[in-house]
Design a protein around this ligand. Sequence first.
Ligand code: 3HC
Length: 699
Amino acid sequence: MADVVTYDRDGDIAVITVDNPPVNALSLPVRQGLAAAFAQFEADSKAKAAVLICAGRTFIAGADITEFDKPIEEPWLPKVVAQMEACSKIIVAAIHGTALGGGFETAMACHYRCAVPTAKVGLPEVLLGLLAGATGTQRLPRLIGVKDALDVMISGAPMPADVAHKRGAIDEIIEGELLDGAKAYARRLLSEGALPRRISEIVIDPASLPDGFFADYRKDMARATRGFFAPEQIVKCVEAAVSQPYSESVLREIELFMECMASTHSKAQRHLFFADREISKIPDVPKDTPVRTLETVAIVGGGTMGGGIAMNFVNVGIPVLLKEVNQEALDRGLKIIRGNYEVVVKKGRMTEAQLEKHMSMITGTLDYDALADVDIVIEAVFENMALKKEIFATLDRVCKPGAILASNTSTLDIDEIAASTKRPQDVIGLHFFAPANVMTLLEIVRGEKTAKDVIATSMAMAKTIRKVAVLVGCCFGFVANRMFFPYIRESQLMILEGVAPERIDQVAFDWGMAMGPNGVSDLSGLDVLEKVRNEWIDRPDDRVFFRMITKLVEQGRLGQKSGAGIYKYEGRNAVADPAVAALAKAEAKALGVAQIDINDEEIIERLFYSMINEGALILEEGIALRPSDIDVVYANGYGMARYRGGPMCYADTVGLKNVRDAMLKYRKRYGDLYWTPAPLLEQLADDGKTFDQWSRERA
Ligand code: 3HC
């Protein structure tokens, strides 16, 4: 038997322990070990019951995801769990931490389940574009009912022990030491004459479901699961669980599981699972880098952005000083924050008392001297280099030594800002995304002189305020906005070429964006984009660039906030505006832009390949550490569906040669200003490689 699974016996109780750090994933040795241990248990005449328990921080957290791209090696998990359930003597699963996916499936193959009160159980496979393919989709509906099982599997959210206990997924909560409690529970079951209780033998009565149950369920989940492949597969599995005998429906489950596994969606979602964990690994800032104390925070600028940033800290109990230029602006800022919290109260997610407590943690000030003792200052004024430099020079004068001076700039040069202080090592960019109290992404921008402990502290701070932090280097627009500009640029040009903005948005939406480029531009504010364009010293020498935005801003059409932008707004509803189509036509004529027919495929290629090429340049310049870091930025900051895996993963899926060849096609039409493939893209396309392979080879 492999060491990762051990077999011991305490009197008449066998104790089978899985010890495969960090999360006891079901790798091949673990599956082999379980098969051998349960065979030993069956043959051990002195053992009357078995307890399955795990060492370390958690019960089995699932199949080993790293094995998914390799050929399957026997014994398969479905085989192992079938062997366990068939045991003639009782097995008790003893759960702590998280029994997830294959881990929970293993627990469901046991005849009884006990858990500590802090444990969680669930089937999160859907988040990896998969389904619980080791009998989970067949056992859970039998165990807790069809509707609850579907909710657990479609959301992927784990059930806390008390909920699982109430639903019958956990039989016993163990308050004290788990192993002792589990053995005592097994002995009690033996004394009561308990027999193996096999979930597979439970029959679901189809008549217990309301008429049209599955059709209604599909309707209800449609919005939340739009575009994803796995949820429908899960529903099909549960339909089979209801309508077919277990022996047949488990085979259907395997068939549907294999389809998920082969899908590009699952590959992309698994890619993001690891990408989300890679982002915190910074080669020259190891995990043990010391961090500075961060107990007090000041924010300069109490506008929408500053207020949203303040809420992040207050929400986790860190008090904030909010600095504004005058009382009126300060009052306005505090009112916006209060308004945001009132929405949360209305939704029932916060009480009035909590609202008041949160507000009491924000202290307004008009005086820079009040910032003398804070641990970090985050500047959040509008995008203007001269203003930011003035503010940082002041902060340098008033703040205590060692305070971190951060800018929330979304585009500007952190090194230039840092140069206005005598402590560039303490200066860093913290680019929050609007609305800052809602969006999870945080770009941490490293300046040339930023100290390593300032980076480590910022990464730790991001964790505290529950942000997904990606470390990036300094360039105009960093990673997020720099790649967003070509996307907007192409959308703008296509409007001039005669494509309706709503069609571009629909194609982008159907592809997997939460909102198309024109809707997003209106939401961000066209004036904001225009300001960015003006601040961009090295912007392309091109009269057509962002042309519609410039013209619409001249007309006072600033987007949603002014009731009209690329769309006009009836309430919050965007409506196509013939005036914009007319403006596009007139501008195209004035600029000599040809009116052409553009199909949906071209819309996708121009929006996303232009973005991908910028990503390749960003990688070459070392602005992003890894292609997968860029993918995390886009999955979290711009609402790109996780089943695309981010732009660089999408490029790998399409094939880099195809991306490069499409770029050459557009270069022929538009010249080389925008459509020259980045050298890295050229090289990888020639070598038949992916960004992912390139990244692994460099690691
Ligand atoms: N397989 C392989 N590696 C895994 C893993 C898994 N199932 N789950 C976690 N890991 C790795 C992580 O990549 C990470 O590695 P790193 O340190 O090298 O970056 C390490 O374990 C620790 O993981 P976290 O940083 O995520 O640790 P946390 O303590 O924050 O979270 C967890 C622990 C809640 C278990 C979280 O890791 C998690 O949600 N894991 C995935 C659970 C899951 O999706 N299970 C289903 C798998 S699919 C399946 O079972 C198919 C079956 O139905 C047939």
